[in-house]
Design a protein around this ligand. Structure first.
Ligand code: HXC
Length: 261
């Protein structure tokens, strides 16, 4: 039954958006290893399925995720953490080439905040709660909270969150650049995220993938190399039918029909 499923997959009405809902409500969606394995498996399925054009990751309208599973971690020893490469599989999301929209309501703490930051586009409710409270557990963020957070919000705000455990709401997260949109009071964050994902799903697949690749390159590469990669991808798109179609449609004042070629 769906009560036993740690991640519930569903589709948008158009069938183009795979919606992955974290489902451990009694533990505020604490990210246990089995939950992460389930999420990775669903992400791989969505990546391999040609009908899926974009992915939404959410915990629903109440809670995103209150962090890695503290009860699972509490007795962990260094040898086990190291030899089993604890948290190593969390990076799987970063290798997904389809666009991922995160929808955050309620807590996105610790690993939950880090999971949110692994999404390409992030949408939150105004009252969502983002934070890296690891310091209060005697640890630090382990899945990007010190790296991705810093590049999103800047050093002094990242230090503030990581060293004091300061929590911020969705509106502040938008102001700081951690999320790109906040919902209106009472609006469904999942529906908003699906709308954004549907918008992306309405464009040509090749250009969408190239856009994601190019933006991600800016996080890893020095400017000159990033610009070169962008220019090469841009030039290569002139070999696609979608470029011909997109520009012809503009000139002919009609809607383009994408062929994904
Ligand atoms: C395991 C958790 C959990 C977590 C909540 N629960 N967060 N279990 N791991 N991260 C469980 C609680 O134990 C409780 O279970 C149930 O969920 C409901 O939580 P309550 O605490 O009763 O709810 P509430 O009083 O509303 O407080 C909500 C909360 C608090 C403020 C979010 O739960 C909290 O502080 N959680 C921990 C947040 C945190 O420190 N996250 C960072 C984790 S470290 P029972 O069985 O008692 O009902 C981390 C490291 C990442 O993420 C490293 C890289 C991945």
């Amino acid at each position: 039954s769906s009560a036993d499923q740690l991640v519930i997959p569903s589709r948008s009405p158009s069938n183009k958006v795979s919606i992955l809902t974290l489902n451990r409500p009694k533990a505020l969606n604490a990210l246990s290893t089995p939950l992460f394995q389930a999420l990775n498996a669903e992400l791989e399925k969505a990546e391999a399925d040609d009908t899926v054009r974009a992915i939404v990751i959410t915990g629903g309208e109440k809670v995103f995720a209150a962090g890695a599973d503290i009860k699972e971690m509490k007795d962990k020893e260094i040898a086990e953490a190291y030899t089993t490469n604890f948290l190593g599989s969390w990076n799987k999301i970063a290798s997904i080439r389809k666009p991922i929209v995160g929808a955050v309501a309620g807590y996105a703490l610790g690993g939950g905040c880090e999971l949110a930051m692994l999404c390409d586009i992030l949408i939150a409710t105004p009252k969502a709660t983002f934070g890296q409270p690891e310091i209060s557990l005697g640890i630090i963020p382990g899945m990007g909270g010190s790296q991705r957070l810093t590049s999103l919000v800047g050093k002094t705000r990242a230090m503030d969150m990581v060293l004091t455990g300061r929590k911020i709401d969705g509106l502040t997260a938008e102001r700081w650049g951690l999320v790109s949109r906040v919902t209106e009071e009472g609006q469904s964050v999942v529906e908003e995220a699906v709308k954004v994902a549907e918008t992306i799903a309405g464009f040509g697949k090749v250009a969408v993938q190239a856009g994601k690749e190019a933006v991600n390159a800016s996080l890893d590469l020095p400017l000159e190399q990033g610009l070169r990669l962008e220019r090469r991808l841009f030039q290569q798109l002139f070999a696609t039918q979608d470029q011909k179609e997109g520009m012809a449609a503009f000139a002919e004042k009609r809607k383009p029909t994408w062929s994904d070629k």
